[in-house]
Design a protein around this ligand. Structure first.
Ligand code: M6R
Length: 608
């Protein structure tokens, strides 16, 4: 995820900015850059790759002393990692860095091009720089206000104006920006970690506020140019606490990162509510020739593949198979030249998935990777690549990587269906609107986290050794992932069963007090699932039921129940998954487990 640091003060800006960027490295990045303002104007240096490369380039600058600058680490969304796409983006008059996504950047780009601006990058951010240049007539406030009236999306912006080399401006919406107040100067940053060694005093910038920082002064205004009084806060965090952004564990932080991660993954692929993978380098009608799809992955990523299969087969009736990567290679799979193989991996380094990818390539099969880690082996070796923009996932248990895999698979399935003429443009647009609504629903579920915590306590998971998940269709597939999540961090043994399958053997294990988590979000098969629930209740099971709003279920089954917002059937995994991530998290907490670093597990499994 991108990072911002900006400084103006008595000290030379460049080493402070480079140090700030180094402190933001934990967020992940693929390129970095900075702009420094001095008496001869603004100089900008950018580089793809690690900070060391940026430092070497900065070292080649002339020797002018510069005390004011903005800097950025970029995690690619619009446009590949490259020098040109790295921030800052600039014109003769302005330079800026940006976190977030400008959703209407194509319209803005047209506007700028019609006003004779040329573009050097593929980014959404460059349109903001061009727009600001267009509106800037010597008054930063009115130019910034005009720009934000035009842009849609999320942003934290730090801005330099060439004719004002001793001040920096900032503004934000849906993306954080803090103001650091130091002895030697003042800062803007996306994250407290960037300024931790320099100052403990900071102000949170709110939406619709414009901040101007100078060496000795910080002024915050409303958009109407009224000066605002703001509370100065004192930070008492260690570096690790700051990285967790006040959450007790990385896993909980990453669960809460999901709405942003989902938007970051979705919005760069939308154009007027239609899906567009051209930025990712997929040719027009890419999916048209393929007659069969394979998903190959491990663990949670394989569970995402299961849901991908369900969606593709529902939307376009293209036969799809899912394999554990570790099994795929050794089962002598039947592969044809008109197959598409999709490899899903958070780390992009999982040995079995990588080996399966190499096998597919050796047979001349077209390969597409869905990966979160930039420049990982799978990302580099696949023929085509779709990045999930979850940002770095630090907790061993995968959460936001999974949900961003789901959102990519959802739009991939829609796009495929449209190319195969199984869905119309209007149907896709409607589905995309519903998808956007489910991100809002996820925010609502996160706000109800205490409900899940109470259920965990009431069910007494502290003393539970075995548990079953049951569901049908997509609910069963969500159960598989829910069960893995619970096992890996709380060490409760659990199994997920297709609800109708339990009675073919496993029901023998149900006894008085057994806990069965039943997922029933599909109205059409509710009655069938309820019958299966009753089979286990009759044998003494306690039920934790997850249903959707509006479903009629008899009171006796509702003692432990979480009601999801009503949504389309195919979108329910986005919502129910979040409940089970919280369920696993609170179960692990109850049992005093090391949530972020469960025993016997590694974040990236690079052995077969
Ligand atoms: O990095 P990958 O997505 O390829 O990793 C695959 C699995 O090892 C991973 O999903 C694992 O199951 C996680 N611990 C699940 O939380």
């Amino acid at each position: 995820m991108c990072g911002i640091v900006a400084y103006v003060g008595k000290e030379m800006a460049e080493p402070i900015l480079i140090d700030g960027l180094a402190r933001l490295e934990y967020r992940g990045y693929d390129s970095a850059g900075l702009s420094l303002a001095g008496k001869n104007g603004i100089v900008t240096v950018k580089s793809q790759g690690r900070l060391q490369q940026l430092k070497e380039r900065v070292g080649q600058l002339d020797s002018e002393d510069r005390f004011c600058g903005i800097a950025h680490t970029r995690w690619a969304s619009h446009g590949k990692p490259s020098d040109a796409n790295a921030h800052p983006h600039y014109t003769e008059k302005v330079s800026l860095v940006h976190n977030g996504i400008i959703e209407n950047y194509l319209d803005l780009k047209n506007f700028a091009q019609n006003n004779n601006y040329d573009f050097l990058s593929e980014t959404d951010t460059e349109t903001v720089a061009k727009l600001l240049d267009y509106f800037y007539q010597g008054n930063p406030f009115s130019a910034i206000k005009k720009v934000i009236e035009k842009i849609e999306g999320s942003y934290a912006l730090a801005i330099l104006f060439a004719d004002r080399p001793k001040e920096i401006y900032g503004i934000r919406k849906d993306s954080p920006l803090i103001i650091g107040l130091g002895q030697t100067g003042n800062w803007l940053a996306s994250d407290l970690t960037a300024i931790l060694p320099y100052t403990k005093q900071y102000i949170l910038l709110e939406e619709n506020e414009i901040v101007q920082i100078q060496e000795n002064e910080v002024k915050i205004y409303s958009l109407e140019r009224e000066m605002k009084e703001k509370k100065v806060q004192q930070m008492n965090w260690s570096l690790e606490e700051a990285q967790k952004n006040h959450f007790p564990h990385f896993m909980l932080k990453e669960i809460f990162d999901q709405p942003t991660a989902l938007k970051n993954t979705l919005f760069p692929r939308l154009r007027k509510n239609q899906i567009d993978f051209r930025q990712d380098g997929l040719p027009e009608n890419f999916f048209l020739p393929f007659k069969k799809i394979f998903f190959v992955a491990c663990g949670t990523a394989m569970h995402a593949g299961n849901i991908g299969k369900f969606l593709i087969e529902s939307f376009s009736r293209i036969p799809t198979e899912v394999d554990f990567a570790s099994e795929f290679r050794y089962r002598n799979p039947i592969l044809k030249q008109d197959d598409l193989m999709i490899f899903i991996s958070q780390s992009g380094e999982t040995a079995d998935t990588l080996a399966a990818l190499r096998l597919a390539k050796s047979k001349g099969i077209c390969t597409l990777a869905i990966v979160n880690a930039v420049n990982s082996s799978i990302a580099r070796e696949a023929d085509y690549l779709l990045m999930t923009h979850a940002g770095p996932e630090i907790a061993v248990a995968s959460t936001k990587a999974f949900s961003t895999q789901l959102i990519l698979l959802f739009i991939l399935a829609l796009h495929l269906a449209q190319q195969k003429q199984a869905m119309t443009k209007d149907e896709v647009s409607l589905a995309v609107s519903s998808l956007k609504n489910s991100i809002v629903d996820i925010e609502g579920i996160l706000n109800r986290k205490e409900e899940v915590q109470q259920i965990v306590q009431k069910l007494d998971l502290l003393h539970t050794e075995h548990l079953f998940f049951i569901g049908r269709g997509l609910d069963y597939l969500v159960g598989l992932e829910a069960s893995l999540k619970l096992k890996e961090i709380s060490y409760i043994h659990s199994e997920a069963y297709a609800a109708g399958e339990l009675k073919h053997g496993t029901i023998a294990l149900i006894e008085e007090g057994s806990i069965v988590v039943a997922i029933a979000t599909d109205e059409n098969i509710l009655a069938k699932t309820i019958s299966n629930i009753k089979e286990v209740v009759a044998r003494g099971a306690k039920i934790f039921l997850v249903i959707a709003e509006g479903m009629e279920v008899e009171d006796s089954l509702l003692e432990y129940c979480f009601v999801l917002p009503k949504t389309e059937k195919t979108l329910s995994p986005f919502l129910s998954t979040v409940v089970f991530q919280l369920f696993a998290y609170y179960a692990a907490m109850e049992r005093g487990c090391d949530v972020d670093k469960p025993k016997n597990l590694a974040k990236s499994v690079t052995i077969e």
